[in-house]
Design a protein around this ligand. Structure first.
Ligand SMILES: [Zn+2]
Length: 283
């Protein structure tokens, strides 16, 4: 499942071909993905100019000059492909239509944006831009991890009194937006905090340490996504999936990479999700 850095990479990859461009045609090839599409979605998109492409948590948001915003979620297996933009960074020919091409945007500049999603856990919706924060997919999401609202005081207050493990608390989208299993494992490893520790029992300096590490881990991954984006000029134009080295995630049985630590990465299951951590240096 794409995490925040992958979604940000998709946004950055789409922006040159979509921002400032009119959607001249929208092909909506089925009535729904995870949920039904909004009424008359194709009509509401056709002729609309994309004024800005933003991201909130794991949603890509396309603001339109019609006063609406298109909300896009990639779900488990959704992918977006850019083709045929003569001026943008992608020079791929339009591919032959594929079975799971559920939505296709034809842009005024000749670019074609294809949303393909075999498992259909993705989503698209339209909402009034001014009321976007009230949208049901967005209105319970906590602050952006890379924004100023997510800071030491905020996190300390939100974790206070919580009996849930810190791993589970950081995965709670109401506390911080867009952090998924992979990056929470990485954050706690770098912060040397045991994922089983009670969130409310962490000392203030340890909570404070989490905030800049969250920013660093995500920023590094976004940077890796950026380099992968440059490679797409020669690749197939598909956005958002890139190789990135992890210190803890998916490294069960391998040596811990913390300097001077002789521990081995272990895997446990918390709230049904795999946690990878070093029992020796994560306390
Ligand atoms: Zn270690």
């Amino acid at each position: 499942m794409p995490e925040l850095p992958e979604v940000e990479t998709v946004r950055r990859g789409l922006a040159p071909s979509m921002e400032g461009q009119v959607i001249t045609q929208a092909d909506v090839n089925r009535p729904d993905l995870r949920w039904p599409f909004p009424d008359n979605m194709a009509d509401r998109l056709t002729g609309a100019k994309v004024t800005a492409l933003r991201r909130r948590s794991k949603y890509v948001l396309a603001d339109l000059d019609t006063g609406e915003t298109l909300i896009i979620h990639l779900g488990m297996s959704g992918r977006m492909t850019v083709s045929g933009d003569p001026l943008g960074q992608f020079h791929h020919d339009h591919p032959a239509p594929e079975k799971h091409d559920h939505v296709v945007f034809h842009m005024g500049n000749g670019a074609r944006i294809t949303f393909n999603d075999p498992r259909r856990f993705g989503a698209m919706d339209l909402a009034a831009t001014h009321a976007l924060d009230n949208h049901w997919l967005i209105n319970t999401i906590g602050p952006e991890p890379l924004g100023n609202t997510f800071n030491e005081d905020y996190l300390t207050a939100r974790l206070a009194g919580k009996n849930t493990p810190i791993k589970t608390a950081l995965l709670d989208q109401r506390i911080v937006a867009g952090l998924g299993n992979i990056y929470v494992c990485e954050v706690l490893h770098r912060a040397r905090i045991n994922p089983k520790r009670k969130a409310g029992g962490l000392s203030k300096p340890r909570v404070a340490r989490i905030v800049p590490i969250v920013r660093d881990v995500l920023s590094e991954a976004i940077a890796a996504g950026g380099s992968s984006l440059r490679d797409y000029r020669q690749a197939d134009g598909e956005l958002g999936y890139f190789q990135h080295g992890f210190q803890a995630y998916d490294r069960e049985g391998q040596p811990c990479q913390t300097p001077d630590c002789t521990g081995t990465i272990a895997r446990i299951v918390q709230s049904g999700r795999s946690t990878f951590y070093c029992p020796k240096c994560q306390r």
